[in-house]
Design a protein around this ligand. Structure first.
Ligand SMILES: [Zn+2]
Length: 308
């Protein structure tokens, strides 16, 4: 079921109203706010006005982007290495887990040292089921501060999604952290930018070569930005080598700016199905769609999935 409808049903149930009444209130709220809030955001405001409190309620993962406080059970799908950062002269660490249940997957960002040490000490394993409480939803991710709890859970989840599910979306519906499939036209293409990666591990090279492999041979890679538009809105999309080739460019057209300039015109106005994830670029405060794959529009197959 549509997670938004699920959210409305929860509100309706808690407030002892009909689904239609709640929906009308939410649409009214959105209209009053000139459409500046998302449906989910407006539903939250309506819930608060009705005195409905979800702070203790457990949700499925697909419902989380529509709530403020995240309480849920999920299985660990991947654990990223803990990263260090420095901000305003202060050092800190941040951890990342991806959890899944039968409805979808979600990224959890760990800020608390006690939680981060669970990752560093190897206490958490891929496949473990965790109960998360008091997480805060931000940009489609669950952020865990020292007020949040991570507990091992004995709940047996079945049919856990191992990968984020990309469902068809319109650009205006995209929210940071969301994995989606967008059918859109290419309306603008920028010149590719180049960078070097380690030929051993494929990670970006630093000043003195690869952080792990040292002064190894570098491989040249390309990054291409374009603007796509599906009629509801436009958004910047970012493609790397494999995806640039799926766009129909050869090696030569990727790495020679002259060949690229000739090819560029034929890319404009083309329609593709872009699969990837929508991200907030915190450095520039912009949003971009990181393309993982793209495919030509095959009318017959796609009509069904995009019709509303
Ligand atoms: Zn390397």
């Amino acid at each position: 079921m549509d997670p938004y409808v699920q959210l409305l049903e929860r509100i309706a149930h808690a407030a002892k109203l009909s689904l239609e009444e709640v929906e009308r209130k939410v649409e009214g709220k959105r209209a009053k706010l000139s459409g500046l809030v998302s449906r989910e955001g407006a539903a939250q405001i309506v819930a608060a006005e009705l005195g409905v409190n979800f702070d203790k309620e457990q949700f499925t993962i697909v419902e989380l982007p529509g709530v403020k406080r995240a309480n849920f059970v999920g299985q660990i799908i991947s654990i990223a290495p803990v990263r260090s950062y420095s901000k305003n002269g202060r050092e800190g660490k941040v951890g990342n887990l991806t959890l899944g249940d039968a409805s979808g997957t979600i990224r959890c960002v760990l800020w608390d040292t006690a939680h981060i040490s669970l990752v560093e000490q190897g206490t958490l394993h891929v496949g473990d089921t965790l109960e998360i409480s008091n997480g805060m939803m931000r940009n489609g991710e669950v952020h865990l501060s020292s007020f949040a709890d991570i507990k091992q859970s004995s709940v047996k989840l079945s049919g856990v999604q191992m990968q984020a599910v990309a469902s068809p979306k319109r650009i205006e519906e995209l929210q940071p952290g969301m994995k989606a499939q967008v059918r859109a036209f290419v309306v603008q293409v920028f010149e590719p930018r180049y960078f070097e990666v380690c030929s051993e591990c494929g990670k970006r090279m630093g000043e003195g070569g690869c952080a792990v492999h040292g002064a190894v041979q570098a491989k040249k890679r390309a990054l291409l930005s374009l603007v796509m538009d599906d009629g509801t809105e436009s958004c910047r999309a970012v493609l790397f080598n494999d995806q640039i080739m799926q766009l129909g460019l050869h090696e030569e057209e990727i790495y020679s700016l002259e060949s690229f300039a000739l090819k560029k015109l034929s890319l404009l106005g083309e329609e593709h199905v872009f699969t990837g994830s929508f991200r907030q670029n915190t450095l520039y405060n912009t949003s971009e769609f990181m393309v993982e794959s793209l495919a030509p529009v095959v009318a017959s197959e796609l009509l069904a999935s995009f019709q509303r």
